[in-house]
Design a protein around this ligand. Structure first.
Ligand code: G4P
Length: 527
């Protein structure tokens, strides 16, 4: 049994793609689905221009109906090269929320897609920081090589400087845009030639011992090739050496070049990714013990809850990352927080184009559990008698704030109840002004406010006024250091839900002003 589980677990690759909007996350996901045979045509992943009302984007049912399968459909599972690949979505744009960060707590690796025309953009950097904190492998795909972009060397040094990670060049572009000849593949010791008619790679030529292509090939006469060869040799001598251990620890990122749109270099990337990305490993428990994935008893934690905002479909889906064991439909587990038995009858797994009932799943997989409101983000579930509680999910520093108050003062009770439950569920963060206790909600994305307001109204019958605030930065301070004179027109002193003091600043200028004035005071942020 444990052997079975081990074999299955070793086939799993569970990862997320992180990028700034428009870098090509959807396009590369689609290529993976195409290679794996999960879809047959492009355009299935995201049907553009079909946004209806503003809630539709986050409405589960609507998303499925309107966008076919959308990459926002959270988890996709495909077979690739004998592996079960689970791709977890990290929604960007207007769908960005704390769930985006929390999803990164449920993966074993991340793929970072960078637009070669733009380099490292803000959202990539923020998502990178969250992933990097976990010390998991990060693979970089430098995308849009079919266009003229920035100098590859420039991109790589920006990556290393801005993100503070070392790069290992898996391959190196021979030209770009219209002049793209192909890839000089250092990892596989071959050249991958672009077929200028189909734009796909169909010619691989092995390198000889000196790193040159063997045989007589026209392209070797071009200056593009000789330049790439020179660069590659320089990288070989002066670049970081390949080190699997450092890759596993997330300290060295393998860098690939290619074009998600044309598919060039994508297969090479995926093949190496499947090879190098780890299978699910141990998971940390609240008491600092660990649980191994091949432990025969099922356990898992909830990292995301997707509430359906359509009042006709009140169902919610709790996403569970399985940490150990084997899941079988209908089995009973214990919900650690309440000690109650939970029957895993209505579960779902996520295929490329359908949602299917899951019959079985293994550690590393994600299952969706239909929930009527008894589950919370961060909950642990386990099979057997030995209680299992996973380490708490981190809290993330909010970057947007709104003042919130009930429209109808006579309905304060439902307002308080709604806020309390939604905060507990992890849907939003709650702050209060330090002395006057006015309510402020904090979020990392605008969508969280919309979901919050909508759910308060529909689930708790509480209509609220929400006033956006100009503050963007939250910094915690040790209560012992707090001095009333620190509070000024350049900041706002609030307390979090555990009554810890927090300063809100409108910008880094205001934060720096504070730091200059009180250099001895430590300002802390969450993750
Ligand atoms: P995202 O999910 O990261 O937000 O990005 P997405 O894949 O939707 O890609 C954003 C835009 O960039 C799309 O163009 C897409 O076609 C284009 N793109 C993605 N990869 C490549 C690439 O390798 N080369 C080039 N040249 N373009 C790429 P769009 O015009 O916004 O949408 P569409 O009408 O083409 O779908």
């Amino acid at each position: 049994m444990a052997n079975d589980i081990k074999t299955e677990v070793n086939k799993r690759r569970t990862f997320a793609i992180i990028s700034h909007p428009d870098a090509g996350k959807t396009t590369i996901t689609e290529q993976l689905l195409l290679f794996s045979g999960a879809i047959r045509e492009k355009g299935t992943v995201k049907a553009k221009g079909k946004k209806s009302n503003k809630f539709a984007k986050s409405d589960w049912m609507d998303i499925e109906k309107q966008r076919g399968i959308s990459v926002t459909s959270s988890v996709m599972q495909v077979d690739y090269d004998g592996c079960q690949v689970n791709i977890l979505d990290t929604p960007g744009h207007e769908d960005f929320s704390e769930d985006t960060y929390r999803t990164l707590m449920a993966v074993d690796a991340a793929v970072m897609v960078v637009d070669t025309g733009k380099g490292i953009e803000p959202q990539t950097k923020r998502l990178f920081e969250v992933v990097s904190h976990r010390g998991i492998p990060i693979f970089t795909f430098m995308n849009k090589l079919d266009r003229d972009g920035r100098e590859p060397l420039d991109l790589v040094s920006e990556l290393e400087e801005v993100l503070g990670i070392d790069a290992y060049l898996m391959n190196w572009p021979m030209g770009m845009g219209k002049n793209l000849l192909g890839l000089y593949d250092l990892y596989n010791q071959r050249v991958e030639l672009r077929n200028s008619e189909t734009d796909e790679a169909d010619v691989y030529i092995d390198l000889d011992e000196s790193g040159q292509v063997s045989g007589d090939h026209q392209f070797t006469q071009s200056t593009i090739y000789s330049q790439a060869l020179e660069d590659a040799q320089l990288l070989h001598e002066a670049g970081n050496p390949f080190d699997r251990e450092l890759i596993n620890q997330g300290k060295l990122t393998p860098v690939f070049f290619g074009s998600a749109l044309t598919g060039f270099g994508v297969q090479t990337f995926f093949d190496a990714f499947i090879d190098l990305a780890p299978a699910p490993g141990p998971t940390r428990l609240a008491d600092d013990q660990i649980i191994q994935p091949d432990d025969p008893e099922l356990s898992g934690f909830i990292f995301k809850i997707q509430a359906n905002m359509n009042p006709a479909h009140r169902d919610r889906i709790a996403f569970i990352r399985l940490a150990s064991g084997k899941f079988e439909k209908g089995m009973n587990v214990t919900l650690e927080r309440t000690g109650k038995t939970l029957r895993l009858a209505h579960t779902t797994q996520f295929m490329a184009d359908t949602r299917e009932e899951v019959a079985e799943a293994f550690a590393g997989d994600i299952i969706g559990l239909y929930d009527t409101g008894q589950l919370q983000i961060g909950d642990s579930i386990y099979e057997g008698k030995q209680a299992i509680k996973f380490a708490d999910l981190p809290q993330f520093t909010p970057e947007l704030f709104m003042r919130v108050s009930p429209k109808n003062v006579l309905k304060q009770k439902s307002f308080y109840k709604g806020i309390e439950q939604l905060v507990q569920e992890g849907a939003i963060q709650l702050y209060k002004t330090y002395h006057t206790n006015e309510f402020i909600v904090g979020a990392v994305g605008q969508l969280q406010f919309e979901v919050f307001q909508h759910r308060l109204l529909h689930e708790y019958h509480s209509e609220v006024d929400m006033i956006p605030m100009g503050h963007r930065i939250a910094r915690w301070i040790d209560p012992a250091d707090l001095d009333p004179k620190m509070s000024s027109s350049r900041n706002l002193l609030v307390k979090d839900r555990f009554d810890q003091p927090v300063f809100l600043f409108e910008n880094t200028f205001a934060e720096h002003w504070f730091k200059d004035k009180y250099p001895e005071i430590q300002l802390e942020s969450l993750l």
